[in-house]
Design a protein around this ligand. Structure first.
Ligand code: GAP
Length: 442
């Protein structure tokens, strides 16, 4: 059986080759589970984050927030992270691998098996807290311990009243946030799937108790639609409901959006009904009244229930990469079939030669396109190689300027997936691209 990491090898190597993702601190041998996004990776990630942000905030009932990574340590006591945010850690006595006990397979003799060497000679499991600790100020003592946030959600809960009051929001309403989170994972891996530093896109929707089931259904549907619009193959998406054994103690119901990665079905997003647990705990620990008072009926006071949608930007990016990655053996090419909204480069201008009479057309065309969308200009190498380069980074359209362009004032636009070529007058290029993006299908 192929090792889990190996099934991602073609994608991993494309990411490095084409400037999507590099190993962090590579020239120093790398830092395990930390990754740097290169020029195309950051464009892809930005497109994902922009699309999520617009989806969430281009509506009247959701506001945005950017809370700090370091928060008062009491926040993490109230949230339960200090006490409960742990994984069971075991060491393999034979190969010394550090492993998450709950993820290990059980062998024939009923004992857990080391996933690294197959031994069953493991230490007793001990709880390992996943929060990264650091110190605030010059003293490194217990009074100055602070944590790097393991989720962005708590920054939203503690600002519930600030946002409601300053923006005159009435329940139901939501708060959206994109930001870094940190978890000292015992077994990071599968490239950017599980890392110790990652970005979350979280939206917490505050509702009146009793209306929570309705809103849960609403957000489940909305989130599913978003994944489909981002081009993810619906056959590779499913909801996984949390059973009684999986459900967090504070959650009334929870669903994972799972994607079928090359290494199997795994969570990319969680949609949770967190009840009034979070605001209740912060009310208890901060001793501040966090009740919401209905302005229409001031006797109606309650702690809102929270419907949470939480998706990892990096993890979704990996799903988008896996879903778009296509080895087209018949045409000896690798294509990233991103929907145009995600494609890091939208269009490439490729003059057939570097002759000045062609550049007189191709350069102004590129300059004009580059003011409206991310474009590349490439005039070196054979046209076949240039197409291959653009296909590998997922550019939807390549525009070729040839010698006929001098007389007919037209160019050839090539569709990435179908390879169909259309002759388009220069003054109709913008319209052709806009229309093509609108009607794009895979
Ligand atoms: N506030 C809820 C929360 O944090 P979670 O299921 O622990 O819930 C939500 O995380 C999402 O964050 C996951 O579905 C995943 O996409 C992403 N995520 C969690 N841990 C991650 C890690 N170590 N590396 C990359 N992404 C991670």
């Amino acid at each position: 059986m192929a090792k889990q990491e190996d099934v991602l090898q073609p994608i991993h190597s494309l990411c490095k080759r084409r400037g999507f993702i590099f190993q962090s601190s590579e020239i120093y041998g790398g830092l395990n589970s930390c990754w740097d996004y290169g020029p195309l990776g950051i464009e892809l990630k930005r497109n994902i984050k922009d699309s999520w942000w617009n989806e969430m905030t281009l509506r009247s009932d959701v506001e945005g927030l950017d809370s700090s990574i370091l928060m008062a340590p009491r926040v993490w006591e109230a949230s339960g992270h200090v006490e409960n945010f742990t994984d069971p850690l075991v060491d393999c006595k034979k190969c010394r691998a550090r492993l998450r006990e709950d993820k290990l397979e059980i062998g024939k003799d009923g004992k857990k098996v080391c996933s690294s060497c197959g031994s069953t000679d493991l230490t007793e499991a001990r709880s390992f807290n996943l929060m990264f600790k650091t110190f605030m100020g010059p003293l490194e003592d217990s009074a100055s311990v602070v944590y790097l946030r393991p989720e962005t959600a708590q920054g939203i809960y503690v600002n519930f009243h600030n946002v409601a009051t300053s923006m005159r929001k009435q329940v139901p309403f939501g708060i959206a946030q994109i930001g870094k989170a940190f978890r000292n994972e015992i077994t990071p891996g599968n490239f950017i799937f599980r890392t110790r530093e990652f970005e979350q896109m979280e939206m917490q929707f505050f509702v009146k108790p009793g209306e929570d089931d309705k809103w849960m259904e609403y957000w489940k549907e909305k989130r599913w639609d978003w994944h489909i619009r981002m081009g993810i193959n619906p056959q590779k998406l499913r909801f996984h409901p949390h059973g009684p054994g999986e459900l967090a103690h504070y959650a009334k119901s929870a669903f994972d959006v799972e994607y079928e990665f090359p290494f199997g079905w795994s969570e990319i997003e969680g949609v949770h009904n967190r009840t009034d647990f979070d605001l209740g705990r912060h009310q208890e620990y901060s001793k501040k009244n966090l009740q919401y008072v209905d302005p229409q009926n001031p006797t109606d006071k309650y702690l809102p229930y929270i419907i949470e949608t939480s998706v990892g930007a990096d993890r979704f990016l990996l799903a988008a990469l896996c879903d778009a990655y296509h080895e087209d053996a018949a045409n000896e090419r690798i294509v990233l079939r991103f929907v145009p909204a995600l494609a890091p480069v939208k269009v490439a201008v490729l003059p057939l030669s570097k002759k000045p009479e062609l550049e007189e057309i191709s350069k102004p065309l590129f300059d004009s396109l580059a003011t409206k969308m991310r474009a590349q200009y490439d005039s070196s190498g054979s046209i076949g190689k240039r197409y291959r380069r653009q296909e590998e980074i997922g550019t939807p359209y390549c525009i070729t300027v040839d010698f006929d362009s001098i007389n007919d004032k037209a160019v050839t636009i090539r569709h990435r997936d179908t390879m169909e070529q259309t002759r388009v007058p220069l003054d109709k290029v913008d319209e052709f691209i806009a229309q093509g993006f609108k009607n794009w299908s895979r």
